[in-house]
Write a protein that binds this ligand. Structure first.
Ligand SMILES: Nc1ncnc2c1ncn2[C@@H]1O[C@H](COP(=O)(O)OP(=O)(O)OP(=O)(O)O)[C@@H](O)[C@H]1O
Ligand SMILES: [Mg+2]
Length: 260
């Protein structure tokens, strides 16, 4: 018989990413550029959330603050239930370790190491976390296969097309199955089937590992794949609606053309 008693209270699971009052200013005095103003955000474990907005609005700056690549000017950030930035300083004693263990980062450019093969570019971060070379390379090969670039595993990065390099950079960000994944326009150089394959992988990681994923994008194709959207304008972040984002594709398109 099924009991009608209410289920026992579950301990609350900490959110993957919590941001409050986050600010970032570059430079000082008359040259100061305020890139982020009083940002509030919350991304649960397993959520795949989009970040959209015009060029220069602060998307990459926000991602880099979350990824401990840039130091915010103020505010608070929690990753995986741990306060990592508190007002004006990092609480984590070793930011390299924080990045390596907790955060997968797909930058707007691939930044592959030119002196390592494609396979070792992907495997390196797993080796640095203590996995054997053989194990790390096998995991790298699997991800490269998932991203349809396994046939380039032995090549050096400068022999790859832009889209292939981007897929390798995505594999590198996923190799340690990080609890936080920050992706800056991951599908920009990819055709539609490959963009969808990337989204499949991100969704799988989120669904299976409870990873919190933030995807910066101007790519209309992937908007339906995002569970929620934040919109950034002049450093201010608000909750967005997919339909409104779709209503304004021209600005996003013209920006992308200017950039390429
Ligand atoms: N290192 C820096 N020094 C000074 N200003 C910067 C720096 N990085 C970014 N900015 C400025 O901060 C603002 C936000 O830049 P950011 O790169 O975050 O924009 P974005 O939304 O990612 O744009 P895009 O869509 O073109 O990538 C811009 O005005 C930019 O010029
Ligand atoms: Mg950017």
């Amino acid at each position: 018989m099924i009991s009608s008693a209410p289920p026992p209270p579950q301990p609350e699971r900490p959110a993957g990413i919590v941001v409050s009052g986050l600010r970032k200013t570059f430079g000082s005095g008359s040259a100061a550029v305020t890139a982020l103003r009083d940002v509030q955000m919350r991304v649960e474990p397993g959520e795949v959330v989009g970040l959209v907005g015009p060029s220069g609005s602060g998307k990459s700056t926000l991602l880099k603050c979350l990824g401990a690549v840039l130091t915010p000017s103020g505010g608070h950030m929690e990753l995986g239930g741990q306060l990592v930035f508190d007002g004006d300083h990092w609480l984590h004693p070793d930011l390299t370790r924080l990045r390596r263990e907790q955060i997968g980062f797909i930058f707007q450019s691939p930044y592959l190491l030119p002196f390592l093969s494609v396979r070792d570019n992907v495997a390196l971060l797993a080796m640095l976390l203590g996995r054997s070379n053989q194990e790390a390379r096998a995991a790298a090969d699997q991800l490269l296969a998932d991203l349809d670039v396994a046939h380039r595993a032995d090549a050096m990065p400068n022999r790859l097309s832009g889209g292939e390099q981007q897929r390798v950079a995505i594999a590198r960000a996923l190799i340690n199955r990080p609890p936080i994944l920050l992706a800056d326009e991951p599908t920009a150089p990819l055709d539609s089937p490959r963009a969808m394959a990337v989204m499949d992988l991100l969704e799988r990681l989120a669904g299976q590992m409870g990873t919190s994923v933030i995807v910066v994008t101007h790519d209309e194709k992937i908007l339906p794949r995002l569970q929620r959207i934040y919109v950034v304008r002049d450093g201010v972040v608000g909750e967005g609606q997919r339909e409104r984002v779709r209503d304004a594709p021209v600005r996003f398109r013209s920006r992308r053309l200017r950039n390429t």
